[in-house]
Design a protein around this ligand. Structure first.
Ligand SMILES: [Zn+2]
Length: 282
């Protein structure tokens, strides 16, 4: 059994603030340790269920957060800058045949309330992302992209709002682990770390022990994949990317022969949107 484990940071046990999530943050190394611990607790459950190959994809910001030297010995690690990855948060998901995916440390979509750092992919640029007209956060988006490769998502962990979003998009059969109750964007009641991690282990084992019940999330194809930007400048830059169609002052559509190709175009467009031009071009 091969498992793809995508790990973000906002939904990790004990993490509530940007200070713990950015390389410039005073408490970044604390956040990294907590992230590595949640990943390890999950991997332990996957191993108990019989996983033979586990690829952990570090999926937050610089994408080099997890302490490799402290990672569970059963796991491989996809690490390295997002700029070098065509599929960014889902890099490596097509590197072999995965039986299932697990999302840990995930956060709620843009505009959600009672959620730690809710946003969709890049809060500074993406106001709303839609697939077939429905706003999607990273849980739904990534599940749809993995679904296009035939991979079901069987477990999601994060705050209570993230877990509710996961059930709404992926169905009630999915295993969720609420590691904290967010009361605002940067505050939460955090469960004891040992209890939350024990739940991660147990849920990972349960989720991958019943793969026959897993459901692949497959919105109708071809996806109508649209993004609203925060600023018109971002939309201007993104719209020059091949495969991108401009629909309005703030809105683009991403095209491609497959959802996976649309996703690649999305990241290319986003990189363009977030690139500040050299001063002589401005
Ligand atoms: Zn993140």
């Amino acid at each position: 059994m091969n498992i793809y484990l995508s790990v973000d940071m906002e939904g990790i046990t004990g993490i509530v603030h940007g200070d713990m999530m950015s390389a410039e943050g005073r408490e970044y190394d604390r956040g990294r340790r907590l992230m590595t611990a949640d990943a390890n607790a999950t991997i332990e459950g996957l191993v108990r269920a019989g996983a033979r190959y586990i690829l952990v994809a570090d999926g937050h910001g610089p994408m080099r957060n997890i302490f490799f030297e402290d990672l569970h010995p059963a796991a491989h690690l996809m690490t390295g800058s997002s700029n070098a990855r065509d599929y960014c948060q889902l890099e490596g998901a097509d590197s072999r045949t995965f039986d299932a995916a697990v999302f840990v440390g995930y956060h709620a979509m843009a505009k959600a309330s009672n959620a730690i750092h809710p946003h969709t992919v890049a809060g500074a640029a993406v106001a709303e992302l839609r697939i077939n007209g429905r706003p999607h956060g990273e849980t739904g988006l990534n599940a749809a992209m993995l679904g296009s490769l035939g991979i079901p998502v069987v477990m999601v962990a994060g705050d209570q709002t993230t877990c509710a979003e996961a059930r709404a998009f992926l169905g009630e059969q999915i295993e969720t682990v609420t590691v904290k109750e967010a009361v605002g964007r940067t505050a939460a009641i955090c469960r004891p770390a040992a209890a939350a991690r024990a739940d991660l282990t147990a849920a990972a084992e349960r989720a991958t022990s019943k793969l026959h019940l897993a459901k692949v999330y497959k919105p109708q194809t071809p996806f109508r994949f649209e993004v609203d930007f925060v600023t018109m400048m971002q939309c201007d830059r993104a719209a020059r990317t091949p495969g991108v169609e401009r629909l309005g002052p703030m809105t683009i559509a991403l095209h491609g022969a497959t959802p996976w190709e649309q996703y690649r175009t999305f990241w290319a467009a986003l990189r363009a949107a977030l690139t500040e031009p050299a001063s002589w071009l401005a």
